[in-house]
Each structure stands twice: as C-alpha cells, then as structure tokens.
Design a protein around this ligand. Sequence first.
Ligand SMILES: [Zn+2]
Length: 194
Amino acid sequence: MVKNKINKIILEDKTVCDFLTQIAGPLAPNIIDFFKNDSEYTPEILSKKLNEKITNVRFTLNSLHYRGIACYKRKKIDNKFCEFNWTIKHKKILEIVIEQQIEKYQELDKVIGEKKDRDYFACPKKCIEIPFEISAAYNFKCPNCNSNLELIDIKKMVANIKRKKTKIKKNVEKLNKMLQLVGDKDSDYVCESI
Ligand SMILES: [Zn+2]
C-alpha cells in the first residue's frame, strides 16, 4: 500500500481521531492530515495553510510532541533565528491508540468480573450505579436526585459489555494491520520518548 494512503487511512479511524482531539485539541486531526506524505512543515506554514492562529498551531504541535507524536528539527536561518521543521510519527499514534484500546478491553473484563454475580441498582437519571448493600443503605433512593433506584438487568448489561469488547477487539485487529504497513522517518528529529 502507498504510504500516504495508509497515513490517511489512520486518520479515518474514529478511535484515532477521538484520541488526537482529546490529547491535542480540535485542530490535531487537520494538522496531522497535512503530514500524510511524510512532509515537514513549520508552524508558520501550517498556520497559513489552515488559516489558524499560529499560537493554536504551536499549542497543538507541542501537545502532540509531549506524547511523542510530533517531532521537530531545528534549522538555523541566521545568527539570531531558528526555524522549526515538524514531522509526525504515524506509527507512534497507532502504538498509543492500540495500547489504550487494549487497556479499555481489560477494564471491561474487570467490570464483568465484578458485576456478574451481584445485584446492582441504578438511578434512572444516570447519577449513580451501586451494589445492593449500598442501595439498601440509601433506602433505594438516589443520594443525588432522590429518584427511586432501579434494579439493573445484569445479563443485559454483561451482553452489552461483551458487544463492546468484540467491537474493541475488531478495531485493535484493524489498527494492528495498519501498524504493519506504517513507517516513519527516524533521523535527526527531536522526539519525546514517553
Ligand atoms: Zn439520581
């Protein structure tokens, strides 16, 4: 597969887009889209291309840099000024998102383990979800809004969680396939390695 194509496909994944927006703000997917050909850009050029304030572009790049996704090369223009050429590590994006998705999968497993053999009650207005003993202590009233607490259908809930797990598993498989295809230039960039 052609490289710029895989870099573009990565951005079409919803979990990837949500993750980027969450860590670096709403501009992040748009900015990263410019790097699909593995090009380098200065914040000034990106600011012009996107018609966005340079401070917003810098904020986004710095937030991505902090997660090891955006990396830069410093280029001296003259004795006083430097230019920063940025690049994007697409592989790193995938690695972090896959890791997060696996954690989410394991959390759901834990939730199933905790809840499957107990009775749980929930507020119909979705304030809380608590086990039987605590619900009894509250007289089966929501401590937040005083609505009557309702018994949760655990079987239905577990089935729901299992569906979520299957969805995550499929998504991780898809992301892993992308990971096999993606490659980044590694030379001379300043990257955070966390
Ligand atoms: Zn409530």
